[in-house]
Design a protein around this ligand. Sequence first.
Ligand code: NAP
Length: 292
Amino acid sequence: MVQILDGKAMALQIKDEIANEVRSLTQAGHRAPHLAAVIVGEDGASKTYVANKEKSSREVGFTSSVYRMPESTTEAQLLETIAFLNNDPDIDGYIVQLPLPKHINEQTIINSISPDKDVDGFTPINIGRMVLGEDCFVPATPMGICTLLKRYGIETAGKHCVVLGRSNIVGTPAANLLSRKGFDCTVTICHSKTQNLKEMCRQADILVVAIGKPEFVTADIVKPGAVVIDVGIHRVEDASKKNGYRVIGDVKHDEVDAQCSWVTPVPGGVGPLTIVSLLENTLKAYRKHESR
Ligand code: NAP
């Protein structure tokens, strides 16, 4: 029987743990951790993501601030804001919401974020530390996947894990983390040039899907008893819903779920854990700042 990796419930539990720690800190007279976000332009999805991060920050008792900049912001102006955030001692961590407008070089911006405040774990320094297995900020979505597997006690050692997708923010770090000591999976990464993708997927004990294609993974390419982690998020029109849409993933759940041992739903799987991982990284940054 398939079991659900309930990211929503787990996120609530972890948020409770964080909120308790923040309460103890502030009751003892310390300041609260402070997470900031920078958003440039009017991208609807980005606005929703930042609003959710702000809401979650406040729910756990963090101080939260959002720097909203117009679409016309120049790279130099954004770099100035980043320099300010890097130097403000009251800000423990911050994120720059991606994507940025086309006229701004994303990598230039990421490279300018102080690694000590890089709670998204996107800077080359943090990525390098992660690959070396050193203490670092791990990108939130792969960190969320690891948390789900760990807290549900899913056996990973020696398992064949196939990761569909090799983006810098999901697929590549997920593959790295799951191959390391502690998880000990044997990992295969598939991407758009992979020739025998279906055969690869059928061999997966653990299938992590971060391909960005709605319902790409169908039952015929999933091994019976596999653990399936669906990272995809897509809005599709649905007249039967009040808001006119529903959210689906990269996995065709109505046919795949029945043959899995464990599966993440969409919504309510990896998504809630992504935000919580950002909060955990911010608390970690706070502890480091306070211990100096
Ligand atoms: P991305 O940057 O678009 O990367 C997609 C990856 O999939 C690329 O590596 C690409 O290969 C590969 N790919 C695309 N089509 C393929 C095909 N037909 N066969 C094999 N590989 C293929 O996407 P992403 O940022 O990693 O995000 C993936 C999904 O996760 C999206 O739906 C996104 O919305 C969602 N997401 C969710 C969360 C969350 O919190 N739940 C967070 C981030 C992203 P190439 O490298 O060869 O192009």
